[in-house]
Design a protein around this ligand. Sequence first.
Ligand code: SAH
Ligand code: SF4
Ligand code: F3S
Length: 469
Amino acid sequence: MTVPTPSPVAFSPVAHPLRRLHVVTWGCQMNVYDSTRMADVLAPLGYGPAASVEDADMVILNTCHIREHATEKLFSELGRLRRVKDARRAAGARMLLAVAGCVAQAEGAEILRRAPYVDIVLGPQTYHRLPEMIAEAERAGRAVVDTEFPPESKFDHLPEAALPGGGATAFLAIQEGCDKFCSFCVVPYTRGVEASRPAAAVLAEARALVAAGAREITLLGQNVNAWHGEAPSGGAWTLARLLRALAEIPGLTRLRYTTSHPRDMDDELIAAHGELPALMPFLHLPVQSGADRILSAMNRRHTAADYRRIVERLRHARPDIALSSDFIVGYPGETAADFAATLTLAREIGFAQAYSFKYSPRPGTPAASAADQIPEREKEARLATLQDLLATQQRDFNARQVGRRLAVLITGRGRHPGQIAGRSPYLQAVHLAAPETLIGREIAVTIAAAGPRSLAGAWHPSPEEHAAA
Ligand code: SAH
Ligand code: SF4
Ligand code: F3S
């Protein structure tokens, strides 16, 4: 569920911002969601979007710790920002610099040792306290670090999200943290224990998002299908039950959830894929490896056969479901035969898209101290082989859409003038020439051509549709 490139956050505009905020986001969708929520927390203080970093009174770097290069990126970006901060100071302006997210949680005050010009370091669980941290940093003139796992939930202290004018698609965090402790992964340490938001809070936020223009909501969690939140009338709900309730919200036509763990794909959730038309036929279900010895060493607590069975049952419930996954190659002790088993599994399942990574030792995780680390060159060779296969599968899957009419949710302008863009039910990007007035609507698009990562389509409206557009 990673977003590979840093992206400036889109947040609700403040009419006349007193101060300008620039947020850079790395990592998973949860970080993208957190960035918008940090902007929501700061809006009442008069912060609105900055046109550029140079123009910002405050910069927040929302970081990811999942692989080594993610951490390196932070320090190179900080070096660049230091020069911007100095230039602003020379011109008589200030710039508060905050490091948030999973590197902040893992490294804490160590960040200040390497980058003493940082003003605020805050973990993913404390961003509701940002206004106090800013006040303290400004008053005391020294850095503030808050990487606690506080007893109160940040979700109870955030302003209502989603001012009018939000996009057609939105993220909604329903679960956070992880108790699975896969032996390669930092998430249980940076995000803390598994916690589920109550159903009523999720439903209220979903209604607010729909009122602001969202037609598609993606429920987020590090282990989203482990969600078991308090039900509105007491007791607990499962994710399948929550999805059923969300599907009843008028105007909410598309639902997705990510990231799921194979162990928590229960019967009710699999059945929901066959029962709820709003639940999109696309599921990101990380498998990591196709070899049982490696899955066991990774502490995944499922076998390759378990994964195949889940996919079979999902396809039985929803025959057109498209699958995505995460793979790690070169996990300590992975033999050529283990890697071959991963290729076999990928070939058998046939993924619509997938992410694959070289194993990256993370300090403090059990796998990092394993003796049988795989040489870098071998990891690179395996990754290239797997990525070739996965790219071919994605191209084939895209090519199979040509000639079909797909429901496309139009999310914004396209790459070229006169073009608009949206997403298919299978989460493919679709570009087409059609009026911008269609942004925010779901329309039937005939797919004319397929590229490696996107589709091109044509809209043939009926006279009524044409008039309405
Ligand atoms: N909660 C999700 C994934 C979270 S991290 C799950 O259970 O699958 C996203 C992906 O990053 C993982 O699925 C894994 O493929 C990859 N990843 C995590 N730690 C890694 C590491 N140390 N080295 C390489 N890839 C890693
Ligand atoms: Fe990491 Fe495993 Fe938890 Fe996913 S399930 S977040 S890979 S520890
Ligand atoms: Fe990265 Fe933290 Fe997400 S480590 S992948 S930002 S949970």
